[in-house]
Design a binder for this molecule. Structure first.
Ligand code: CMP
Length: 144
């Protein structure tokens, strides 16, 4: 089933110049970029994005990290996009992430783990609506 998922290259990925590398992996896999923007995240957006973690001990660190520098936020579309993107990112803790995954190849820190991707259909819907207006999402098909 064709799905859309929300993905973000976090401040560590932008800082390390890995935006292109990360996008390339998804594009080569056959996922379509249907929206994208480069921005500095406000505290309000960060708190709303990570609302489910509000009670966690690492919440404050998470919000200050995600607002510490610009991010590249985008929407990918494709068959089973939510699961495919999560598999390509690797486990949340990069130390457990398999080689060949983005985190498994480029990260070691659970906080600075380079990318975020929606973890379910419900989160994808919520996150896409939080980060993008409907008119910022473009409908098209790729030949490959
Ligand atoms: P993300 O997929 O963006 O969603 C929540 C984030 O919280 C997660 O990636 C990690 O970067 C971060 N996170 C999860 N567990 C911890 C933890 N124990 N300590 C610090 N950060 C964490």
């Amino acid at each position: 089933m064709v799905e859309r998922t929300f993905v973000m290259v976090k401040p560590d990925g932008v800082e390390r110049g890995l935006v292109g590398e990360i996008l390339t992996r998804f594009e080569r896999r056959g996922l379509r970029i249907v929206a994208g923007k480069f921005l500095r995240v406000s505290r309000e957006l960060a708190e709303r994005h990570y609302a489910e973690h509000r009670e966690k001990p690492f919440f404050e660190d998470l919000v200050s990290f995600i607002t510490s520098g610009p991010v590249f936020a985008f929407v990918l579309e494709g068959e089973d996009a939510i699961r495919v993107v999560r598999e390509m990112m690797g486990r949340t803790n990069p130390r457990d992430a398999a080689p060949g995954t983005i985190r498994g190849d480029y990260a070691l820190s659970i906080e600075k783990n380079l990318v975020h991707g929606s973890d379910s259909r419900e989160s994808a819907e919520r996150e896409i609506a939080l980060w993008f207006r409907p008119e910022e999402i473009v409908d098209y098909r790729r030949a490959v």
